[in-house]
Ligand binder design. Structure first.
Ligand code: AMP
Ligand code: MG
Length: 342
């Protein structure tokens, strides 16, 4: 299949919308990461998304909408809490899991009776959804297991020849995927951390939100097929969280501990590795600016892979606020290969 590269002109968005209307797949920019769009109400089109990504079929899609009205096509239940979050954070990097209407194909929801919905904060994405006239299933536009794509070039590297078109739009502002919050019970529960933090969500709702304990828990074993061993205490509520994810080709080690000691430990390990003739990539972010870390992380993993590094060494950030979201990705990228620095 020839993958067309489109721009963001009205004409090109129209071409992309026509592809979506006829059941095709289009990579498109959002503020979080690039998405792989398909008509969310068309089972066959959504089936092609799983195939193009090599994504396990029980890992549901996030459905992207352009207006609150479209929410009514997807769910019968819009609670006051949901309204509060829509008002506070949409369009933006927040996904809500809500009860799904019967019309929403179960291929889209990974067989669940709930559906994950988001309104992206990207004028290109919103125009595309409006022109296509349907909600768009939009998982990250990468091969399953690879780092998420934050530029159109990343999408091309992973999916050219497998999808109909890529819209070459802006690089992603946020750089990591949306915060996912389950709104199907009285106490909202964060299933995946993102740049919208638990504190911000609690403030907007005027009540506590839970955090799925599986978010930072180290699974026991990563099996060859990428499925994480689900031990007694590792039962994530979000199906996607049970798969190995975001992995660079290089070996990756996370150094955790006092920042000064971590820098020294990384420098020592670098000397050792380069002595063996290995090429080393180093990631050290400013703990005070985790948003910048989120913005750069996936692109940096891909850049290291391109330049053929053998090992990536990363300094851990503190696991709170936006740092929690970055560390959730970093742990998975490294396959939980963590070195505690004393
Ligand atoms: P991605 O599309 O790659 O950003 O991944 C979407 C994430 O949302 C995955 O972790 C999914 O498991 C999660 N998700 C999507 N739909 C649901 C749902 N109905 N219930 C729980 N988690 C969901
Ligand atoms: Mg993904």
């Amino acid at each position: 299949m020839e993958t067309r590269i489109l721009g963001i002109s009205e004409k090109d968005i129209q071409v992309a919308a026509d592809i979506l209307k006829t059941g095709g797949l289009v990579g498109f920019p959002t503020e979080t990461v690039y998405g792989l769009g398909a008509n969310a109400m068309d089972s066959e089109a959504v089936g092609k998304v799983y195939a193009a990504k090599g994504r396990p079929s029980d890992n549901p899609m996030i459905v992207h909408i352009a207006g609150e009205k479209e929410m009514e096509r997807l769910t019968d239940v819009i609670t006051p809490d949901m309204k509060r979050l829509m008002e506070a954070f949409w369009p933006g990097p927040l996904t809500m899991v809500v009860p799904a209407r019967p019309e929403v194909p179960r291929v889209t929801t990974g067989g669940l009776d709930t559906v994950a919905v988001r309104m992206p904060d990207s004028s290109t994405a919103l125009e595309l959804i409006r022109e296509a006239g349907c909600p768009l299933a939009g998982p990250s536009a990468n091969l399953s297991g690879h780092p998420s794509p934050t530029t159109a070039a990343h999408v091309y590297d992973d999916l050219h020849g497998r999808i109909d078109a890529i819209i070459q739009g802006e690089p992603c502002k946020v750089g990591i995927e949306s915060t996912v919050i389950d709104m199907t019970s009285d106490k909202p529960m964060i299933l995946r951390p993102g740049i919208i933090t638990p504190e911000e969500l609690s403030t907007a709702l005027g009540k506590d939100v839970g955090i799925d304990p599986a978010i930072l828990k180290k699974p026991e074993i990563v099996k060859g097929d990428g499925l994480l061993e689900t031990g007694e205490d590792f039962k994530p509520k979000s199906p996607g969280m049970k798969y190995k994810h975001y992995a660079p080709k290089a070996e990756m080690i996370i150094f955790k501990g006092d920042p000064e000691k971590v820098r020294l430990a990384i420098a020592e390990e670098k000397l050792l590795r380069t002595g063996y003739g290995q090429k080393v990539g180093i990631i050290i972010y400013d703990n005070d600016n985790p948003k910048e870390a989120a913005h750069r992380f996936f692109a940096q993993l891909r850049a290291f892979d391109k330049s053929g590094v053998d090992v990536i060494m990363a300094a851990a950030l503190e696991e709170d606020g936006v740092g929690l979201a970055v560390m959730n990705r970093m742990f998975k990228s490294a396959g939980y290969n963590i070195r505690e620095v004393k």
